[in-house]
Design a protein around this ligand. Structure first.
Ligand code: TK8
Length: 344
């Protein structure tokens, strides 16, 4: 299928990148692209989903367009989508080592590198987009981006992956009892694992690029993602039911290797930050439109969509209260309090 061909092509491209780098022809001290072509600096960006249909990919294209025009071509942005250069975790590691310049992971795998980001993974933390915006454009959001510096990462901005919903191939999830024993793929993140365990499901952590095949081969019953990615990744083709649970909110975090960031002049850094902010605002808006649009397309293609009754949601919230206490220490008590008061 389409996805698999992409993946194979991606592997080939990734191999050739490694080969060229191994021959010492690129990436000298993070200043690849500089010099020979009249001072042009190139930013190499890797992303786990598509560049065309996914909202994250569209946001990255927007960033590229802004940077290249505002720098008058002095800074070039090269985009590699579909997991060609790796998954969220491996690309973040590549950033730390300085072998990749930029990526856009979900906040959840990033939490493995910086525990503050676990805050966003708390179940039902946000009820709606305006609460999200208060936190990510407010103090807590900014502080968390800045805190990535310790990990050798420059945190630039928040894009939006979105509110996550559950798909599965067995039966509609109308109550928490319906989750019992369902083998659901989750991101590699401890809060997500503990949350689904608390609801009686059987969570299986897995990298994103393995999910489609696992659904198709039925080694898992289902998974959770925002509507945009359930559509973009084609998961709906291998699933019968989509439950609009909106149980987690996942931001995308636009990050650059510190080494690359430091290679830019103060003036260029200002330009890059401004482009990241503008692209982020555009992308969040776009994602919110696409969320609805792609849900409509999936309904047309035959997936059965249902909501969970409000009383059941209340019950699910009760069941995961201990998780807030359990993780407050790792997130930072003060940080969690600040986030909760920003939401109010
Ligand atoms: C790739 C990932 C992915 C995430 C996941 O873009 O792993 O489920 O939602 O979209 O960031």
């Amino acid at each position: 299928m389409k996805k698999r061909v992409c993946f194979l092509m991606g592997m080939l491209m990734a191999l050739s990148v490694v080969f060229v780098a191994g021959c010492g022809m690129a990436g000298q001290d993070g200043k690849s692209g500089q010099g020979a072509d009249g001072g042009v600096q190139t930013i190499k960006v890797g992303f786990g989903s598509s560049l065309d249909t996914s909202s994250g990919g569209q946001g990255l294209k927007k960033f590229k367009e802004l940077v290249e025009s505002k720098s008058n071509g002095k800074i070039k942005v090269d985009l590699y989508g579909d997991g060609q250069l790796g998954n969220d975790k491996s690309m973040t590691e590549a950033l730390q080592m300085g072998t990749l310049d930029m990526t856009l992971p979900s906040g959840s795998p990033l939490a493995e590198f910086n525990k503050a980001f676990l805050a966003f993974d708390l179940p039902f933390l946000f009820d709606n987009a305006s609460q999200v915006d208060k936190v990510i454009t407010g103090n807590s959001g900014k502080e968390m981006l800045a805190s990535l510096e310790v990990q050798n990462i420059k945190g630039l901005a928040y894009f939006e992956n979105g509110f996550r919903n559950i798909t599965n191939s067995k039966h509609p999830i109308q109550s928490v009892a319906d989750m019992k024993g369902l083998k659901l793929r989750v991101m590699q993140n401890p809060i997500m694992i503990d949350t689904f365990k608390a609801w009686g499901a059987n969570p299986t952590p897995m990298a994103f690029n393995e999910v489609f095949t696992a659904l198709e081969q039925k080694t898992i019953d289902g998974q959770d993602n925002p509507n945009t990615l359930i559509y973009d990744a084609g998961f709906y083709e291998a699933q019968k039911y989509l439950t609009l649970s909106r149980h987690f909110y996942t931001p995308y975090v636009l990050i650059m290797s510190k080494k690359k960031w430091d290679s830019f002049s103060a003036e260029d850094q200002k330009l890059l930050q401004a482009c990241a902010d503008e692209a982020a605002e555009w992308q969040r808006e776009t994602n919110r439109k696409l969320d609805e649009e792609y849900l409509g397309r999936m309904k047309e293609k035959g997936i059965a969509v249902n909501e969970i009754a409000p009383e059941e949601i209340t019950k699910m919230k009760e069941m995961v209260k201990p998780i807030y206490e359990q993780y407050a220490g790792q997130i930072g008590e003060a940080r969690l309090k600040a986030i909760q008061s920003e939401i109010q």
